[in-house]
Design a protein around this ligand. Structure first.
Ligand code: GLN
Length: 202
């Protein structure tokens, strides 16, 4: 089967981990920093990092409009954590000038799990991922507070008696996927494989 070429937005954040995860999952992968690079790829990963910083760098690198255009044309994309925030149609608790790319009809809240639980892990049932639950690493993560009709919920925080029980942490709208957590750090490649398959189908 052919290896699609998938870009990782390389302005800031955990770029290298996603490049490795994509290569392990049957894709060729390159960092994307310029509109010409964006034009070459079959799909794009928006990594974790700091969404407000990435938002500012998107403007400086003249990537906002090219990225909006490619997303509107149906380019597959996968956003993890800060990447999820950038793909949203509405962001709560961010800066007024922060960019959102409107690729998924959802409202996300930044740093939603609160200061006490800055980082935590959980085992999630993830729609479309067979076998064992997915070990999810959350790092100052957002959650999804609202999804539109066209958005499929892929995973929620499991019931454990905590305040975040049932919160939506993975979604898909068409060819665009987003997770609140960081599958690139666990060595489990199933979420990246799901995305690479989706890019191949397009
Ligand atoms: N809290 C970060 C933000 O608001 C996201 C953290 C992450 O990507 N690990 O952008």
């Amino acid at each position: 089967m052919t290896r699609p070429l998938i870009g990782v937005l390389a302005l800031q954040g955990d770029v290298r981990e996603h490049l490795h995860a994509l290569q392990d999952s049957g894709a060729d992968a390159i960092g994307v920093r310029r509109p010409e690079e964006l034009g070459k790829v079959d799909g794009l990963v928006l990594p974790g990092g700091e969404s407000t910083t990435m938002s500012r760098l998107l403007k400086i690198f003249d990537l906002v409009e090219p990225l909006r255009t490619r997303l509107a044309e149906g380019m597959p994309a996968y956003g993890s954590c800060a990447g999820m925030i950038l793909l949203a149609s509405e962001i709560l608790d961010t800066r007024p000038d922060a960019q959102h790319l409107d690729a998924i009809d959802m409202t996300v809240r930044r740093n939603a799990f609160g200061r006490q639980v800055d980082s935590f892990e959980a085992d999630l049932d993830f729609a479309g991922v067979a076998g064992d639950p997915v070990r999810a690493v959350f790092i100052r993560a957002p959650w999804v507070e609202r999804v539109g009709d066209g958005v499929e919920v892929l995973a929620r925080v499991p019931e454990s008696g905590g305040a975040a029980d049932g919160r939506i942490v993975a979604v898909r709208q068409g060819a665009v996927v987003a997770t609140s957590f960081h599958p690139e750090v666990t060595g489990d490649r199933r979420v990246h494989e799901l995305f690479v398959d989706l890019v191949r189908e397009r």
